[in-house]
Every structure is written in C-alpha cells, then in structure tokens.
Design a binder for this molecule. Sequence first.
Ligand code: SF4
Length: 373
Amino acid sequence: MAGIYIHIPFCKKACTYCDFHFSTTFEKYRVALVKSLCVELVARKDTLANQSISTIYFGGGTPSLLTEEELTLILSTVRDNFAVQEEVEVTLEANPDDIDLSKVNVWVKAGVNRLSIGLQSFHSDSLIWMNRAHTVAQSVACIPIAQQAGIQDISIDLIYGLPNMSNEVWREEIRTALQLGVQHISAYCLTVEPNTVLSAWVKKEKIQPASNELQNEHFTILQEELLTAGFEHYEISNFALPNFISKHNSSYWKGAIYLGVGPSAHSYDGKYRSWNVANNQRYIQGIENKQPEFDFELLTKENQFNELLLTGLRAKWGVSLVQLGAILPLDKSFLQQLEHLEKKGWVVCKENTLYLTQEGKSWADKIAQDLFA
Ligand code: SF4
C-alpha cells in the first residue's frame, strides 16, 4: 500500500505565519504547472509499480483553486497510471472562501471523498491578523455546504497559541467547530517560522509570541474538549471520531512509502527520501526539459531511528523498542535517558512499546530529542 501526494503551489494571499511553498502570482503558469504535474506522475509511475494506492492527497498551497478540468485531469492521470484501490481515500485541502455547492459537487464527482479545510479560526480579528483570505461567515458556512454535497469525512485546521488569545476564546473556537459536526480536527500551535511576516513582526518586537505556559493551557483545553466530545487523540496535533483518522497522514507516521509530485513535494521509497525543487518556474522547466530538479538523501541508521522515534512517540500507537533496537542497539545512554523520562512521568513503557503520558504530550518533540541517536 502506498500514497500519492500532489502539491498545488498557489494561494490567493500569503498568510502571516506560513512557510510552505506557494506563490500568489500563478495565473500565467498554472496551465504549464498542471501539465508538468501530470508529466511527472507518468514519468515516475514505475516507482510505485508493485504498490496499490490507498490514499491520494492534494495539498498546498491551495488545491481548492484548481478548476474542474485541472482536478479531473490530474486524478485521471493518477488512475490511468497507478493501481488505485477502489476504497481509496482522496483528500483535497480547501479554503473556506473556495467552498460553494457547485464546486464541492464537482470535487465529489471527480472522486474526492475527504476535505481538509484550512479554516483556522471563527474569529474575525484572528483571521485578519493571520491575513487569511476568508471571513468568519465563510468559516461557518463551508461545513454545511460540504455536508450537503455528500462529503462525510471533513477535517478542519485550527490554530491556537496566538498572542493574546484567551483560554475562553480558544474554548469557544473548539466548541463552534464541534457544533458544526466535523469528523476530524487538526489543531496546530502557532509557531514562528523563519522568513515569514510573523518572524519579521517578532524581530521588530511588533508582537510578543504567546508564552509556553499559555500554549500548554490551550493544548490542555483542546484535549479536554475533544476527548469529552468523543474524539480520539491519535497524533499530537490530530483528533478524530472513531474510523475517521487520516489514512494518508497516518501512513507517513508509520513509515509507509509515498510518491510526491509538484514543486517542493517530498517522496519516500523505503530507503531514499527525495524532494523536488521548491520553485515553480524551475520545476516546470526541469519537467519540460526532461531534467527534473530534485535532491535526495539515503536515510542513515540514525535518521531511521530518529524518525521512527519521533513519529511513533507523537502517535497513539507508540514506538516499538524492538523495532528501534533492530535499527540501532539501544545503548546505555538511551536506557538511562528513558529511565529518567519515566521517572518524570513523561513516558511509559508497556509490552516493549513506548508511549507518551498525558503530561508527556506537552513535550513530545523535546522528549524525542532527548532520546535521539
Ligand atoms: S492558504 Fe495555506 S498554504 Fe497558502 S499561505 Fe495560507 S497557510 Fe500557507
């Protein structure tokens, strides 16, 4: 089983916190870009020759900016060149301002059966501060529209840990989402990434990021509200109702192989990780000249160990010490560190599998770093 990721590098506006690869000026080359995506899919079909495709994921950028013809062309190229399972999960990332009934009907007709909506907030001041392209009214309206079109698997993204966001406002955001009947919530703590508007604001002391304490309080509220509502906390940033975990993202965290096409897209074949050039013009030229620009690395034992540790610890299924030990021996310093973390109450080991405790979930990345090879 394998997945296919398709990167659509267009956005209407640049969100203040975003460091993904995208461009807001795309009309002049969107035709060439979609064509290049299809050429790349065909050129790389042998990389998944013996695999059945269980998930297809349109990410970005903003894939909901694709026209009906573009989306249909890309999906039919996938179906014509790969062994796509009948029950395939097809996710499209969509922004609320692109969601109307006729558009969602088109997506459903093309084969999309899961939406991941970049909603982020139900508060006008937060949306403006983040420079999002949509309004609160669109945040609220988009979910019933998607449901009306027959999408039964809807995920939304929310952001917490904004400067000055009170606990009450954050709790209200979550409760509003729950009232709208979504099946999956990805909630991300605002982080200041280099080369973003947000990082420039922080440098100029225009804003003061939220304290770790406040961010942890928001994370606790998130867990309280969603666990009470019957959601499962299956990955640090991801919560789902039973049977609605993201198959595509879970396969990344379980180390499955995948093919990523489009500028900046990453691929993994079980040994090598590769990534396309994060530049739309160079990506198109490379494909047109049959000299695609990409880079790659062979995962060292240390890389494999650390990735398994980080992704497993963040997920509800934990990390198997047997699997870790098969990559690299669990040496004395690892075992001492593990004992220390257990004493602190941050990790627990059951049947040779390591899990984060409730308290440990607030420190997932730090714990993984302490245990890295
Ligand atoms: S819409 Fe998404 S990808 Fe585009 S700038 Fe905003 S956060 Fe980034």
